[in-house]
Design a protein around this ligand. Structure first.
Ligand SMILES: [Zn+2]
Length: 469
């Protein structure tokens, strides 16, 4: 995510306080609960009720119909999962909306609601290791999440002509039942029906041509690579669309709201150019297409929705496009397993802005580093970015001190080790989940150096580290 339209990654608009979780497991990981009830949280200590335990989702098949005039969403979600323990009941995350029917493997299942948990009791116990499919039929007017700290509204946000859908960190549950935490990634099929004349945009690539019957058009999108739930979108409205390929042959899908018509060609061209460039720095692009969406909802931030970053109400400068596209490697292909490791997304994407400036002759990463370092009064020195806080998740410290951590590492091990390390990191964990501990271990292995002191000072101490030579 990049906040602010002038400079990417201006200080946070904040975070989400963990809601009180009744019975989240004490230790991390799926399936750590005892007994046969799936835990109501996936085990993220800072977001105890996010996600769920007891199973692993493989695939979401989402059939959605949205009418902007009534703001009503009707959905049928089929979730294919594998049990990680014996299950007499399990949870999905769902915020608001009315559930009319739940079936597990085709048999009606009983269900109840408790805050943002949809508790499902299948007719028969699901055995550990078994695959199962749960179908949830639901409808209603989606309510976005409200964060009083400063993220404002996120999730499914209705607009006059459609919806602006950005879900970091836990807003997927505002429009589909999910295991809403990046620790459980899955593939997605979307079948989205909107009034004729509107465009529905989701992740991955479009399958076939949109079909129109009786004044409604259905768009089918498929994301065949694993994706975190917060990166899924169903942004809809009146859009100008341009498709084509980058110089390296990667398909590009660019879309802008009518009022941003003048920005379509720039968005298309810059997106192709920057995606191609990052593939020479970070290694092969992890997905099957790239793109970008400018909607006219004035969110004031951008989000790295997988294959299609979305810019909320502004024409992005190249630095912001560079930030969001770097996230396709760091955040989207490689996803964090718990939110406190967010610097692995935002520190990398912010450092990518510095690398883009270096590439385009607009100042070196070193000059950016020194500018921040010289400000001894910057509040980021009190905020160790290696432990992003739930109540200030998108802090400037996570972005800028995170990027500085990478620059300090680059200075310590040299470009000949640093860039191969970054490529090895993206390659080794492609489509998977990552942790800070794993990054430090790989950095030590690639460089042959003991880097514990460096990472401890930059990531975990609440004070400005000693100067970098
Ligand atoms: Zn970001």
């Amino acid at each position: 995510m990049a906040v602010g339209t002038a400079t990417a990654c201006a200080p946070s608009q904040g975070a989400v306080a963990p809601s009180s979780a009744a019975a989240a497991p004490a230790s991390a990981g799926v399936g750590t609960s005892t007994g046969t009830m799936g835990a109501p949280g996936i085990g993220d200590p800072d977001f105890p009720s996010d996600g769920n335990g007891g199973y692993d989702v493989r695939h979401y098949d989402l059939r959605l119909s949205y009418d902007p005039s009534s703001r009503k969403l009707a959905g049928s979600a089929t979730i294919e999962a594998k049990a990680a323990q014996d299950l007499t009941s399990f949870d999905l995350d769902l915020h608001g909306l009315t559930v009319s029917r739940v079936a597990v493997d085709g048999a009606a299942a009983s269900f109840s609601r408790s805050q943002d948990e949809l508790v499902i009791e299948p007719a028969q116990r699901i055995r550990n290791g078994d695959g199962f499919a749960v179908t949830v039929d639901y409808s209603g007017v989606p309510e976005p999440m409200h964060d009083t700290a400063n993220l404002g509204r996120y999730g499914f946000i209705a607009t006059p002509d459609g919806a602006f859908v950005t879900c970091e960190p836990n807003g997927a549950k505002t429009w589909f039942p999910s295991n809403d935490h990046p620790a459980d990634k899955a593939t997605y099929d979307f079948r989205i029906t909107v009034p004729e004349g509107l465009t529905a945009i989701a992740n991955g690539e479009m399958a076939g041509t949109p079909q129109t019957t009786a004044g409604k058009t259905t768009f089918v999108w498929r994301e065949k690579h694993p994706m975190a739930s917060y990166l899924a979108t169903m942004t809809t409205g009146k859009f100008q669309v341009r498709t084509g390929t980058s110089a390296k042959g990667l398909p590009i899908y660019a879309a802008v709201a009518d009022s941003f018509r003048g920005s379509l060609d720039t968005l298309f061209t810059q997106t192709g150019k920057i995606t191609d460039y990052w593939s020479t720095v970070f290694g092969p692009y992890p997905f099957s297409s790239t793109g970008g969406v400018i909607d006219d909802y004035a969110a004031g931030y951008a989000l790295e929705n997988q294959t299609k970053p979305i810019y909320g109400g502004f024409s992005p400068e190249p630095a912001i496009i560079a930030h969001e596209l770097a996230h396709q490697w760091f955040g989207d292909s490689l996803s964090i397993g718990r939110w406190r490791d967010l610097w692995l997304n935002e520190g990398f994407a912010t450092y990518a802005e510095w690398l883009w400036a270096e590439h385009t002759g607009q100042g070196t990463a070193d000059s950016a580093f020194r500018r921040y370092y010289e400000n001894a009064a910057d509040p980021m020195w009190a905020y160790p970015p290696g432990a992003a806080r739930a109540d200030d998740l998108f802090s400037a410290a996570v972005y800028n001190r995170g990027a500085m951590t990478l620059h300090a590492l680059r200075r310590e091990i040299g470009d000949q080790k640093f860039f191969p390390l970054i490529r090895a990191w993206a390659d080794a964990h492609r489509y998977g989940n990552v942790s800070t501990r794993e990054f430090i271990a790989l950095a030590e292995r690639v460089s042959g150096k003991d880097l514990k002191g460096l990472f401890d000072a930059w990531l975990f101490q609440p004070k400005r580290p000693a100067p970098v030579m």
